[in-house]
Design a protein around this ligand. Structure first.
Ligand code: GLA
Length: 748
């Protein structure tokens, strides 16, 4: 790994054994983009890759020179107007309304390691040897403003991170109207764009479209990263698939409004920008002030989409997630939400906890409904003290009783919200993030608190801290159940209003930082009406996230499959819930519900006190299984094998880094009449090693010993009456069927 600066050509080459990224200072002092992709050998001059071709009607900055126009040049951090009329990476306004800028290279610095970004989540290193960083300073002398472009390249992985800081020294100040975290100009448009899209209870389904002229984008203007789109996009070559071909991943470490946009110009140049959404963004910088963008993380893969995902998984699991829980196996929990909703008391909770403890569950999570006078969703958010009618011994008393049983205790909060029927709202009606002079929307009877105000964050912090200090709480589920609507920060002036959406997220991060700092032993799980804030920003504070309110196993195959494009298995909150399912009313076998939920943090969310004994026995088996295999599942290498979006089947596997253990899950959505024979082709095994193959659960069928190459190239037969696999029992067939196989390397 190295970052080279070639003085004679003013080229920067960031490279490791897998990738290269090349930047060059252009004749006009601005930064040109030369190359990003598979590693190429370093040399002094890649200038021939700058394409200057003369075209009619282009504006040229140098009089008499009609070859240099920004309209055609690939750039690092382009602006609008100076010849380039594509969408820019940033836009700012001076006091007199001028938006013309001219940022030229001023200086740079190259150093080992990577700096933290103050107040914002970011990928980090644990030793200086893990990465090198390049910081380039651009300056616009007329407006005394500097832009610092920061690039980090990692040692053994194909990753580059970027972020940008604006600093203003002009006495009149400037106003930022748009500032993306990074831009990438690519020399052609022969890509497909893949994004993760959905809605509540149908989050992160992958969608693919061919790039075309003009703009294609995904975004959120909802105040959170959203159910609808994820702050991520992928560009893949048309021949790339899960296992091979070139794929470029772009992910934004941010939890608020974002824009991820691809523009193709009429010369087939593709421009990717990623950053805070410019909608309602207007950030005034006074003299001496600066603005820092979030970080974007680019992954290059020549091993298809799985190749890209595996890099994100490893990076986000080990160098974005932090804290005590980062490397630990996650506790198997039971959550009371779908068991009781708001209707519970201490006795009911203790009954559920006791029964769960008996079969090996490790953590009881008390969900919504424990505070203020909350018996429905119309009151008490913001009043974070226990409802003593339901819980006469308070949270502390209940938590202690659960601890005495030998279980850990977890608690739900929704810190960023309030209801009108709450003490908080009655005392502080001006704390709503809404223009309260006109009609404004509720959502689920609740309103967003103005987290751009420090006093609001302080108030919520004090209440949460009091509970967490007093009660033995080991886990917090931090929910956020509505999107923004009429955003206005009451009592604050015009300048504040353009900052409020970003300041809100900074307030959320600040509260997370305070609480994770004060209670480092607590495991935080983020949540937003299910998966509306499943993003890298959250993972920095909470190493796991509630993936979706949809707990139906069949739907979850798709949701978890899509989520795995970017996010590690250790972050995927997954529970076995009741059948019929509460969201889609489907009746799926307990085995399949568990086989899906195993590939995540694993837990239960059902009324265990009402289940028949045979199901309780099966659950006990599932829990022991998860305890035995969760290290492999949560820290192994995850590979998608068959997409549930393409047919009736789906399969995935997780393998240990040493390739000596693999767990493979096969799902068959509907029972086909006279179905064809099915094989699953495993990946990443040692070709000449022998693996014993066992079907987990049920009959614990011994499926023989096979070589790695055989399992990868000839495949493992998973249909019910093929060679090597005995006929399946009748009750193991039918719709929503699944099988789980455990492979272990055996000695000769
Ligand atoms: C959200 C969460 C659920 C549950 C409810 C409680 O919808 O996603 O898991 O916590 O809120 O109100």
């Amino acid at each position: 790994m190295a970052i080279k600066f070639h003085e004679s050509t003013k080229e920067f080459h960031l490279y490791n054994e897998q990738i290269s990224y090349i930047i060059r200072v252009l004749e006009n002092g601005q930064l040109g983009h030369v190359y990003y992709g598979k590693h190429i050998t370093d040399k002094e001059d890649f200038g021939y890759l700058i394409e200057y071709a003369r075209r009619d009607m282009a504006p040229y900055p140098f009089e008499g020179n009609s070859t240099f126009s920004l309209e055609h040049l690939k750039q690092e951090y382009p602006t609008f107007g100076s010849g380039d009329t594509r969408y820019p990476a940033f836009e700012l306004e001076r006091e007199d309304g001028s938006r013309t800028v001219d940022f030229k290279y001023k200086k740079h610095e190259i150093f080992k390691g990577k700096k933290d970004i103050e107040g914002l989540p970011a990928v980090y290193v644990e030793s200086e040897e893990e990465a090198d960083t390049l910081e380039i300073v651009l300056e616009d002398k007329l407006i005394h403003t500097q832009i610092l472009l920061s690039y980090t390249i990692f040692k053994d992985i194909p990753v580059i991170t970027k972020h940008v800081r604006f600093s203003c020294e002009h006495s009149e100040g400037i106003t930022l109207l748009n500032c993306m975290s990074g831009c990438l100009d690519l020399p052609d448009k022969e890509y497909e764009m893949v994004e993760l899209a959905g809605t509540w209870s149908r989050e992160r389904h992958p969608h693919t479209r061919e790039l075309n002229y003009g703009v294609q984008s995904v975004y959120s203007m909802r105040g959170c990263s959203s159910h609808q789109f994820n702050p991520f996009l992928m560009l893949k070559r048309k021949n790339a698939d899960e296992f091979s071909g070139e794929v470029l991943g772009f992910s934004l470490v941010y939890s608020g409004d974002f824009l991820a946009q691809v523009e193709v110009d009429n010369f087939d140049v593709t421009r990717v920008v990623l950053g805070i959404h410019p909608n309602e963004f207007r950030w005034e910088l006074k003299q001496g002030e600066s603005f820092q963008t979030p970080e974007m993380v680019m992954v290059y893969s020549e091993n298809g989409m799985n190749g890209m995902s595996q890099v994100y998984h490893e990076l986000y699991r080990t160098r974005l997630a932090r804290g005590t829980w980062r490397d630990k196996e996650r506790p198997i929990l039971i959550n009371n939400w779908e068991a009781t909703y708001f209707d519970f008391n201490e006795e009911k909770i203790l009954d559920i906890a006791k029964k769960a403890k008996d079969i090996g569950v490790e953590l009881f999570v008390l969900d919504d409904g424990w505070f203020g006078k909350r018996n429905w969703d119309n009151c008490s958010l913001g009043d974070w003290y226990p409802n003593l009618e339901k819980l006469p011994n308070g949270i502390t008393g209940l938590a202690k009783k659960i601890e005495e049983m030998g279980m850990k205790f977890g608690l739900w909060f929704e810190p960023e919200m309030t209801n009108k029927d709450s003490d908080l709202y009655r005392e502080h009606p001006d704390w709503l993030l809404a223009d309260t002079r006109r009609q404004y929307c509720h959502s689920r009877n609740q309103y967003v608190l103005d987290f751009s105000k420090k006093e609001v964050v302080d108030h919520i912090h004090a209440q949460m801290r009091a509970i967490l200090k007093d009660a033995p709480v080991s886990y917090v589920k931090w929910d956020m159940n509505r999107a923004f609507s009429e955003v206005f920060s009451n009592g604050n002036g015009r300048s504040w209003q353009g900052k409020v959406r970003h300041k809100y997220i900074l307030g959320v991060y600040d509260l997370y930082e305070r609480l994770t700092g004060e209670f480092p032993e607590i495991l935080f799980e983020s949540c937003a009406s299910g998966g509306a804030r499943f993003d890298p920003g959250m993972l920095y504070y909470a190493p796991q996230a509630w993936t979706s309110d949809n707990t139906d196993a069949i739907d979850r195959i798709k949701i978890q499959y899509g989520t795995s494009y970017v996010y590690p298995i250790s972050s995927i909150g997954s529970h076995v819930s009741a059948a019929p399912n509460h969201q889609v009313f489907r009746d799926t076998p307990l085995e399949t519900r568990a086989n899906v939920a195993f590939f995540g943090t694993f837990g239960y969310e059902l009324d265990i006190t009402k289940l028949p004994e045979d199901e309780i026995e099966k659950m006990q088996e599932q829990i022991s299984f998860m305890k035995e295999h969760r290290k492999l599942i949560q820290q192994g290498v995850f590979t998608r094998l068959e997409s549930p979006f393409e047919g009736n089947n789906s399969a995935w596997q997780v393998a240990s880094e040493k390739k000596d253990e693999v767990l493979m899950a096969y799902f068959r959505l509907l029972e086909p009449a006279q179905g064809k024979f099915e094989r699953i082709y495993l990946k990443g095994l040692e070709e000449t090693a022998k693996y014993s193959v066992q079907e987990c659960f049920g009959a614990h069928m011994d499926c023989g010993v096979h070589y790695g190459d055989e399992l990868m190239y000839a495949g493992l037969s998973v249909s019910d009456c093929s060679a090597g696999i005995p006929m399946l029992a009748r009750e193991q067939q039918g719709d929503y069927f699944s099988r789980l196989f455990y492979l272990k390397k055996v000695e000769e």
